[in-house]
Ligand binder design. Structure first.
Ligand SMILES: Cc1ncc(COP(=O)(O)OP(=O)(O)O)c(N)n1
Ligand SMILES: Cc1nc(C(=O)O)sc1CCOP(=O)(O)O
Ligand SMILES: [Mg+2]
Length: 201
């Protein structure tokens, strides 16, 4: 499976409406702490925009809702994975991306036969508190060897200056939150990401 090299992560359908029409082809809806009704509404709105713009939508965490709403891709972390019904996810035809942060997590991720593996944080991130030190580019290259031919997603502290390094070390896609959502010009930065990832598209 080929992933777009630019993997945007946002926390609302409003962000998706703002940025996906610019040419984003892979986006994760990552929402925390909302009611089920709110989540369902956000998922439906995101689906409509992504369908219109032929953008792959990935739902973070909420695999039951993703099944109910007939989504086609979910991303789960290791704690999510421990509680997930992989049989139900597969029976619904959902593709699955999994987070990893260390060797043990990589083993459990591979056992679940995902459609991609993410490694993070590659660089320090301001987005959320993490138990792991930055992985660095050599670790990313090692992961790439280990998971081949599965696609590898790099995440954590990425910006346009770091794009070339992660692809040179085996990443297939670069996931990003704050470099875009906290940027003074999110639209301009999104266009810059699309341009700078073109060589790997
Ligand atoms: C592409 C990608 N990689 C990693 C994560 C992190 O997932 P998780 O460890 O479950 O943490 P939360 O994002 O749910 O806080 C991700 N969302 N996307
Ligand atoms: C949501 C998330 N998961 C990570 C992991 O390592 O699993 S790093 C991360 C945050 C990424 O945000 P930013 O691009 O702003 O650093
Ligand atoms: Mg999660």
């Amino acid at each position: 499976m080929k992933l777009d090299p630019f993997y945007l992560i946002v926390d609302s359908a409003a962000w998706i409406e703002r940025l996906v029409p610019l040419g984003v082809k892979l986006v994760q809806l990552r929402i925390k702490d909302r009611t089920e009704d709110d989540l369902r509404g956000e998922i439906r709105a995101a689906q409509a925009i992504c369908a219109e713009h032929r953008c792959q939508l990935i739902i973070n965490d909420y695999w039951r809702l993703a099944i109910e709403e007939r989504c086609d891709f979910v991303h789960l972390g290791q704690e999510d994975l421990a509680e997930a019904d992989l049989g139900a996810i597969r029976a619904a035809g959902l593709k699955l991306g999994l987070s990893t942060h260390d060797e043990a997590e990589l083993r459990s991720a591979l056992a679940a036969e995902p459609d991609y593996v993410a490694l993070g944080p590659i660089y320090p991130t301001i987005f959320k508190k993490m138990r792991w030190a930055p992985q660095g580019l050599e670790r990313l290259a090692a992961w790439s060897e280990r998971i081949r031919p599965l696609p590898l997603v790099a995440i954590g502290g990425l910006n346009p200056e770091r794009i070339e390094g992660v692809f040179a070390h085996g990443a297939d896609s670069a996931a990003v939150v704050t470099d875009i959502t906290l940027n003074a010009d999110p639209e301009g930065r999104t266009k810059e990401w699309i341009r700078k990832t073109e060589a790997w598209r």
